[in-house]
Design a protein around this ligand. Structure first.
Ligand code: MLC
Ligand code: AMP
Length: 518
């Protein structure tokens, strides 16, 4: 019999023998207090998978999903894997122009949206190639569950090869720059297995899940982590620092972007005692400030484990959880670094000619391994550009590896702002500003922010004779872009600093505005 590499099959294999034990306990939102057993996840995902099968879709159809977080949205993800289709999660903050771009680009066969957005989303979807639009609310309402209720709760998972496509994650945006990273069943399974062992997941672990599930961090690192260890989750639809702090005595693992740690540190109930049952705090998606790392140590007695990854590669490096035999048994989690390349991940730092640099020197980070994606959706040239002749992916991150093997990220060669763990591409925001009446040009730069780590500031030049109001500009952007992309301040100025070639010197703007949120 051929082996089935469907990721769902591998996850389910790890579930506990007692399928009636709790897999997910909902802590907040309309379903607060509800518990879902492993059997519930299995049966409900079977019903939704049977619904998808009944639609007679071509295999590997894209299923685009923009819904509020709920356990049912997790079930929809599992059902999509199970049915052998391709899951395409979309940030709930995306506005119609952004959704229009993704639907046009990915041509999903099925779109699932929140009931409140059904009007405009279905209009966009049906004007393209989509034939089916379902709704799914965070209160267990919507046509998806109504239709699934008529289907059997048994389902034979589709047979998949390791390199069959399982998920497309869009990097960001409405412009031609936005790319769909294609991840296979094998990419995600290899990473989930490596993390299970490297982070020493234990039989009695309990995960607090408080991240959104339309990105790699919440969906793959956190959910796969718990599911491939058969560990229950305490489930929050929305991150709330006080709720997470109150849950610590019932849990052992927590994962967050740095903003979550910054906000939890504000809660006076965060103490050694409150965190005494916890085993592991993990941070990633954006740089963790050394102050946050130290404050956390002091307040809880725990050393945050920082790791590094990206949509195209899932996880790449991690500080050690246990002594790492590959590095002489070192167990130190070193603040300011993202730790060692994970087992199976080849990571090198190269100069502008692509030659590896000596230890301690800065260069571009390139990676290779079973976790590295299959390429960008329908962008073969872009994909080819991002890989070297010997198969390494150019991450666009800049860093160094010290003599002991710790990797430090020092910057990015890509023009990218990471705000509260979300990526914002300045070019995308600038192009929307530049299209506004009265705008001659603009520049968006990232500056330090105490809560979000980094936020965008827009610097705008008016056309001759036009008068621009910064508040009006922000208002217009809010109607067109996801909220996290909106610059937190906007300045109308008479000129932008330029170099001899006429290029805007963003480094000077960053310097000028760096103290805005100090
Ligand atoms: C919300 N806002 C943000 C923002 N989130 N602005 C900038 N950056 C963000 N991340 C806006 C809101 O729209 C609002 O604007 C104002 O800021 C205040 O909002 P808030 O109420 O404080 O925000 P909240 O809803 O609490 O959300 C903050 C957050 C959220 C930190 C909980 O952003 C979040 O869940 N971030 C996690 C992102 C994540 O999971 N990233 C993983 C990517 S995977 P206004 O104008 O309406 O007041 C990846 C790979 C890897 O990177 O390695 O993991
Ligand atoms: P995304 O495209 O949303 O997956 O974001 C990936 C990017 O997030 C990476 O290329 C890095 O720039 C950044 N990133 C992820 N983890 C870390 C980290 N621990 N420290 C610094 N940057 C990080």
């Amino acid at each position: 019999m051929t082996e089935n590499h469907n990721l769902f099959v591998a996850l389910r294999r790890a579930w506990p023998q007692d399928l009636d034990s709790t897999a997910v306990e909902v802590v907040d939102g309309p379903s607060a207090g509800l518990g879902y057993s492993w059997r519930d996840l299995d049966r409900a995902s079977a019903m939704v998978a049977n619904l998808l099968d009944s639609l007679g879709l071509p295999s590997r159809s894209r299923i685009a999903v923009q819904v509020e977080k709920s356990v049912e949205s997790l079930i929809l993800y599992l059902a999509t894997l199970r049915a052998g289709h391709v899951y395409l999660p979309l940030n709930t903050a995306y506005q119609s122009a952004e959704i229009g771009y993704f639907i046009d680009n990915a041509e999903p066969a099925v779109v699932v949206c929140s009931p409140k957005n059904h009007g405009w989303v279905s209009k966009i979807a049906f004007s393209g190639k989509t034939r089916h639009v379902f709704t799914l609310g965070d209160d267990r309402t919507g046509s998806l569950l109504e239709r699934a209720a008529h289907h059997s709760d048994r389902h034979e998972p589709a047979v998949c090869q390791a390199d069959d496509l399982a998920v497309i994650i869009y990097t960001s945006g409405t412009t031609g720059r936005s790319k769909g990273a294609m991840l296979s069943h094998g990419n995600m399974l290899s990473n989930a297995q490596v993390l299970r062992s490297y982070w020493d997941w234990r039989p009695d672990d309990v995960l607090i899940h408080a991240l959104p599930i339309f990105h790699v961090h919440g969906l793959f690192v956190a959910i796969h982590g718990a599911l491939i260890n058969g560990s229950p989750m305490l489930w929050l639809n929305r991150f709330d620092p006080a709720t997470v702090v109150s849950l610590l005595p019932r849990a052992s693992v927590f994962m967050g972007v740095p903003t979550l740690y910054v906000r939890m540190l504000e809660d006076p109930r965060l103490t050694h005692e409150q965190a005494s049952r916890m085993r592991l705090f993990i941070s990633g998606s954006a740089p963790l400030l050394i102050e946050t790392f130290r404050d956390w140590q002091q307040r809880t007695g725990h050393t945050i484990l920082e790791r590094y990854g990206m949509s195209e590669t899932v996880m790449l490096t991690s500080n050690p959880c246990l002594p790492d035999a590959r590095h002489g048994g070192v167990a130190e989690r070193r603040g300011g670094t993202v730790g060692f390349p994970l087992p199976e991940v080849d990571l090198r730092v190269v100069d502008d000619q692509g030659e590896p640099v000596p230890a301690g020197e800065i260069g571009g980070i390139q990676v290779r391994g079973p976790n590295v994606f299959q390429g960008y959706w329908r962008m073969p040239e872009k994909t080819a550009e991002e890989f070297t002749a010997d198969g390494f992916f150019r991450t666009g991150d800049v860093g160094r590896i010290d003599a002991k093997g710790y990797v430090t990220i020092v910057g990015r060669s890509k023009d990218l702002i990471i705000s509260g763990g979300y990526n914002v591409y300045p070019a995308e925001v600038e192009s929307v500003i530049n299209d506004l009446p009265g705008v001659a040009e603009s520049a968006v730069v990232g500056v330090p922010h105490p809560d979000f780590g980094e936020v965008g500031v827009a610097v705008v030049i008016a056309r001759a004779g036009a008068r621009l109001d910064p508040d009006w500009i922000i208002g217009e952007l809010k109607a067109r872009l996801a909220n996290f992309k909106i610059p937190k301040r906007c300045y109308v100025v008479s000129e932008l600093p330029r170099n001899a070639m006429g290029k805007v010197q963003k480094n000077l703007l960053r310097e000028q505005y760096k103290g805005e949120f100090a």
